[in-house]
Design a protein around this ligand. Structure first.
Ligand code: SDX
Length: 391
């Protein structure tokens, strides 16, 4: 028992580490960042306040918030030589491939913050990653479209700046709709951290060897790319396109029950109740579609039909399969005008603060040792090598 949180002995046996950052109760569908319920953070804070909370353990006061935002904004440009690296990729490279490459390459540019034993270096690297990930993601998109590279514009919010870098052109400044920017900011908050998910565990394991933070975050991006993890929101949109209309839902659901396909955006390793983020995302979805007059958006209606059937169907109820954060996020991003190829890069830029908060927590612990998972060997018994003529 730690404070209000109790863990059964069976759970403790599976825990891979201790952390003060995020608490999840999968049975009750609860998610807390540093003790604050995600519902309150999504409603009352913006993403950079949540970044400050995840990194420092407390919400910032007004002065701390101003200082932190200034600290992030001063790092949001890229070293000019990095743009040549983008040009080394094929135009049709998936943006996640570009992000893995460019983020890993940051360690070749920012030698002045690579000493992981130095707290100031760790702080600067954390700020650099939070600041530069949106710039990198936006340039990956622009390069794929043959658009000239763009630059951040300070004075915009974090989400507004990302939309500006994605869509402004030298001929015309992108006009940010504040309702859409606020929705995107909330998506960043909902994806900011999630305890020891696969990509965060990847960052921790890479960091436990003493690898530099940029290399560790590149490893996290690579892991998040998978369709079972961060690639799910992109997979949800592809699934909705393949189903096409509500008339095909019954046949599709038969295919899910025959295990020919998964219902993307449903199920979770930990949540055996509604993912609290999905409920917030659904409200955000309603808000964005209303703002854009898309309440009758066929994709959203199809998603609602799928959700209704799944929540009532014994196959899903017995298996405790509920919508997760990715079920609605793809529809919101699509309505905002974000291309499907950028869904997972957005998840990656939002999760960077969670990854670097866990990395910092682990590196700052003097007791931490290199991670070394063990295995149960089930291979061949001991045997002797025969000459190749006898094999
Ligand atoms: C994220 O870990 C995190 O915290 C991740 C994340 C984060 O913030 O970092 O929350 C982000 O990754 C969310 C999950 C996004 N992925 C998807 O939406 C992809 C679709 N979901 C599945 O791939 C699946 O639900 C997983 C991978 C998420 C979980 O898989 P598990 O651990 O196998 O799920 P389970 O043990 O609860 O499965 C129980 C049963 C099994 O069937 P039976 O063998 O009992 O017959 O449910 C089935 C599973 O095959 N099942 C599904 C299903 N998910 C599980 N059947 C159909 N569709 C699904 N989506």
């Amino acid at each position: 028992k730690t404070g209000m949180f109790t863990f059964d002995p069976g759970f403790l046996a599976t825990a891979s580490c201790e952390s003060k950052i995020t608490f999840i109760d999968g049975d009750l569908g609860m998610l807390y960042y540093r003790g604050y319920p995600i519902e309150q953070l999504a409603e009352k804070c913006d993403y950079l306040e949540v970044c400050y909370l995840l990194l420092n353990g407390e919400l910032p006061n007004a002065a701390q918030r101003t200082e932190f935002v200034r600290g992030i904004m001063r790092h949001n440009m890229l070293h000019d030589q990095l743009f040549s690296l983008f040009k080394g990729f094929r135009r049709d490279a998936h943006p996640m491939a570009v992000m893995v490459g460019v983020v890993g390459a940051l360690s070749a540019f920012y030698h002045d913050s690579l000493d992981i034993t130095n707290a100031e270096h760790r702080r600067i690297s954390a700020h650099r990653l939070i600041a530069k990930l949106p710039t990198i993601a936006a340039q990956a998109y622009r390069y794929s479209k043959g658009l000239p590279f763009s630059y951040p514009k300070n004075g915009l919010t974090y989400a507004e700046n990302f939309m500006h870098m994605m869509f402004s052109t030298p001929c015309e400044e992108y006009k940010v709709n504040p309702v859409l920017a606020r929705a995107l900011d909330r998506i960043f908050t909902l994806h900011a951290d999630h305890e020891q998910n696969a990509s965060t565990s990847t960052v921790r394991l890479a960091g436990s060897s003493g690898a530099n933070p940029f290399a560790c975050i590149a490893a996290g991006i690579a892991c998040l790319w998978g369709p079972s993890h961060g690639g799910a929101n992109e997979a949800v949109l592809k699934m909705l396109d393949e189903i096409g209309s509500a008339d095909n839902v019954a046949e599709f659901m038969d295919g899910v029950k025959d295990k020919r396909y998964k219902l993307m955006g449903f199920g979770h390793r930990v949540y055996k109740n509604m993912d609290p983020r999905a409920a917030i995302m659904k409200e955000t979805c309603d808000e964005v579609l209303r703002e854009l007059g898309l309440q009758d958006d066929p994709k959203f209606k199809l998603a609602m039909a799928l959700e209704k059937i799944a929540l009532e169907d014994p196959y899903f109820v017995e298996r405790k399969l509920y919508p997760n954060v990715d079920f609605y996020s793809g529809i919101v991003l699509s309505a905002i005008g974000i291309p499907v190829s950028m869904f997972t890069p957005i998840f990656a830029l939002a999760r960077t603060v969670g990854w670097i908060a866990h990395w910092t927590e682990m590196i700052a612990d003097p007791q931490q040792k290199i991670g070394r998972p063990r295995q149960l060997y089930t291979g061949a018994e001991r045997r002797d090598v025969a000459p190749v003529s006898d094999r």
